[in-house]
Design a protein around this ligand. Structure first.
Ligand code: ATP
Ligand code: LTN
Length: 332
């Protein structure tokens, strides 16, 4: 039998999971989880590149774990773990730091954005963030990394680091590919559709959270920014707000843009906006209810993250040992 390909992805517990991260990443994680050998982590070490409140970080990490499972990731079938529980991530990140160039890190758009946003805390971790992310991916010899389009540059630098390392020491790392959805790779803010929907957005109306109450979701969709026309037509340049709502509706219902244009032909935004809201409410309802249920069972969550860390560490340590040997560290 051909060996199953490996998938790895992660999300920072730096805020509540959004509709953007669900449609851009987690939805693909779930569909890939049936056919691949999957590792999904909560990257708490990445989260501290921005100052976090310790109690909130701890709470959100467990909530995010419950939400992963509620979205449909079965912990028996997938390895679900917390990044800081597998020390190989920090260890490989240090080695990779020494094979990552200052110049290439300076070109990362996420670093430029975050250092502008958190100008009083431009720490070294924020700068070397991509080397830790490369370690996350390369430790598991991942073939595919399902993410939204904003993470493509980070997968590219991971590939460059891996090529550089392999070029010196032989085939140590598998070269990973990004796996980006055709529709939903970049969900935009509902209030400023020229910006990505982001959990750290200060304007909470622009963002939908997967645990949000139905009435709040409906309110945000009803208030979504559109344009001065009245027709539902896909044109991201001229109609960014409506095109974003069409994208959301398309992924939530499985309908194509053509079908959506026909469905709302002759109807105005007053019909379309609540229809998108309802589709999202129905898509998220079972996830929210299941996550609330799972979150009450702390013993179960603990079992999941302990098992996950044990399984992940087994694979990660194999790669780490190989790397240590290749670079010339004396074996224990
Ligand atoms: P932050 O505001 O802290 O930058 P974020 O809301 O952008 O966070 P991340 O935790 O960086 O979310 O992203 C988690 C995953 O979801 C990544 O794979 C990312 O590409 C994807 N993702 C995040 N936001 C969106 C979005 N608006 N559209 C599509 N995919 C997204
Ligand atoms: N950089 C990503 C989070 C992240 C990640 C990873 C994604 C950290 N490690 C490994 C995929 C694979 C972000 O900011 N969303």
């Amino acid at each position: 039998m051909e060996e199953r390909k490996t998938i790895l992805s992660g999300i920072q517990p730096s805020g509540e999971l959004t509709l953007g991260s669900y449609l851009g990443a987690i939805k693909n994680w779930v569909s890939l989880s049936k056919d691949y050998n999957c590792y999904y982590c909560i990257v708490d070490m990445h989260a501290i590149t921005v100052r976090q409140n310790p109690a909130s970080l701890r709470r959100r990490t467990l909530e995010q774990l419950a939400q992963y499972i509620a979205c449909g990731l079965d912990p028996e079938e997938n390895t679900i773990f917390i990044q800081s529980h597998v020390s190989a991530h920090a260890e490989l990140a240090w080695v990779l730091d020494c094979y990552t160039m200052f110049g290439e890190l300076s070109r990362m758009t996420q670093f430029k954005d975050k250092s502008a946003k958190y100008a009083d805390n431009i720490n070294a971790g924020l700068f070397t963030y991509p080397a830790l992310m490369a370690a996350d991916i390369l430790l598991y010899q991942a073939d595919l990394v399902p993410v939204g389009i904003d993470q493509k540059q980070h997968i590219e630098i991971t590939r460059d680091i891996a090529h550089r390392f392999n070029g010196i020491y032989g085939d140590v790392f598998k070269i990973p590919e990004p796996y980006i959805p055709e529709v939903g790779a970049k969900i935009m803010s509902l209030t400023s559709p020229e910006n990505k929907m982001s959990k750290s957005d200060k304007d909470s109306g622009g963002c939908i959270y997967i645990m949000q109450k139905p009435e709040d979701i409906m309110r945000s969709f009803k208030r979504a920014v559109t344009d001065s026309e009245t027709c539902v037509r896909y044109d991201p340049e001229k109609k960014p707000g409506i095109s974003n709502l069409m994208t959301i509706y398309s992924v939530a219902t499985g309908k194509s843009f053509d079908e959506i244009e026909k469905e709302f032909d002759g109807k105005g935004y007053g019909d379309f906006k609540p229809a998108v809201g309802e589709a999202v409410v129905e898509m998220l309802r079972p996830i929210r209810e299941e996550a609330e249920r799972i979150l009450k069972d702390k013993a179960y969550l603990e079992k999941v993250y302990r098992n996950g860390a044990e399984k992940a560490a087994y694979t990660a340590n194999k790669t780490l040992r190989k790397v240590y040997k290749k670079v010339g560290f004396v074996q224990k």
